[in-house]
Design a protein around this ligand. Structure first.
Ligand code: SF4
Length: 362
């Protein structure tokens, strides 16, 4: 549930970045260890620089669950702050500096549409039609649905482990909302193409025949991330033509064709580690959000790191120094993220399963 709006008061609009940063540091010092600032890898560099911890959604949700601080300021998008609110104690408060920072892919799986899809699957396939595996990029209502139906949440770091976990317990998986992460992961697991089907929520029975559903191993929700589906086969070919020694590394939210052509694919954390471990002098073209790529290029000047093509997440970009300062100076209802209490137990169950699956795999 979103509390409050996202409009920045006039007094903050004209502030210089220098002054905003100075006031942020002063506020941080005032709160001391009571407050922790988490930043997703796709945040602007000035936000990442000020954070206590940076990471992908998995690392940050785990970090949130381990925090002793009672005030958590989450520089990311709304579903991440919701997950932090679910995983933290009731006396801890989670703030998002701009409530308009939402993930369009998360919003492609509307909870009402998912309930309709689930009822249809029950009709056609009978009880226990599938286990839901829910990418963490989804709203809290769906995490509660997933917990209720015995499924788990996953991130791009642990999608393979999560699907394997689910397929030990059920004949098929309903994977949502990102069809590309689901398909790329299914392929890594050796699921045949004809046993991965796409559920279109705008069509009766997802646009599928009962027989297709019956033999499906993976039912993929028709969602996507526009930041990652932007990368094309042509982008990969152009980089290879200009930089024959370049390694191309992409995120698994990219299309299957792009992932197949790349030298490597993996989560944001995987990409960060790939660049870190590459020998000096490496040439690496990266297919993910441009703020991360630019920061990696700055952090590893001994390697040539550049974007496969420029693709920015406008929602991550909505967090800036001014609205971060506004949040810190008020810490009021206008930026407080609160998941409805009745949704928390189911959502927590699904998130806890994810954390457990990942721990077991280590
Ligand atoms: S990069 Fe894609 S998945 Fe991540 S927040 Fe932006 S739109 Fe959502």
């Amino acid at each position: 549930m979103i509390v409050g709006g996202s409009t920045l008061p006039d007094e903050y609009v004209g502030l210089s970045d220098e002054l905003a940063e100075e006031r942020i540091r002063a506020k941080r010092a005032e709160y001391g260890s009571r407050l922790v600032l988490l930043a997703h890898h796709y945040q602007r560099k000035e936000i990442v620089r000020l954070s206590d911890f940076r990471g992908d959604s998995y690392a940050l949700s785990k970090r949130a669950s381990q925090q002793g601080s009672d005030l958590i300021v989450f520089c990311g998008v709304h579903f991440m702050a919701e997950s932090a609110d679910v995983l933290t104690r009731d006396d801890q408060r989670v703030y998002l500096p701009n409530m308009a920072a939402r993930c369009p892919m998360a919003d492609m799986a509307d909870p009402a549409d998912v309930e309709v899809a689930w009822a249809s699957l029950l009709d056609v396939l009978g009880p226990g039609p599938a286990l839901p595996v829910l990418y963490i990029n989804s709203v809290a209502e769906l995490k509660a649905f997933c917990g209720r139906e015995g499924g788990t949440v996953c991130t791009s770091s642990n999608a393979k482990a999560a699907i394997e976990w689910a397929l030990k317990r059920a004949k098929r998986v309903l994977f949502l909302p990102d069809q590309h992460l689901g398909r790329n992961t299914g392929k890594r697991l050796g699921v045949p193409r004809e046993r991965m089907v796409v559920w279109d929520p705008e069509l009766p029975l997802g646009g599928l025949e009962p027989a297709e559903l019956e033999k499906a191993v993976l039912i993929l929700w028709k969602g996507y991330c526009h930041v990652h589906t932007w990368f094309s086969v042509e982008h990969v070919r152009a980089v290879r033509a200009s930089f024959p020694k370049a390694k191309v590394v992409v995120h698994p939210e990219c299309t299957e064709e792009v992932v197949d052509l790349a030298d490597a694919s993996g989560s944001t954390e995987f990409i960060v580690n790939y660049v870190h471990s590459a020998p000096s002098g490496s040439v690496i073209a990266i297919g993910t959000e441009v703020n991360l790529v630019s920061r990696l290029a700055l952090e590893y000047p001994d390697k040539r790191v550049f974007e496969l093509s420029r693709s920015l997440c406008p929602n991550m970009f909505r967090i800036n120094l001014k609205n971060l300062l506004w949040t810190l100076e008020r810490l009021d209802e206008s930026t407080l993220v609160r998941v409805a209490p009745e949704l928390k137990p189911g959502a927590r169950l699904a998130l806890d399963r994810m954390l457990t699956i990942s721990e077991v795999r280590k």
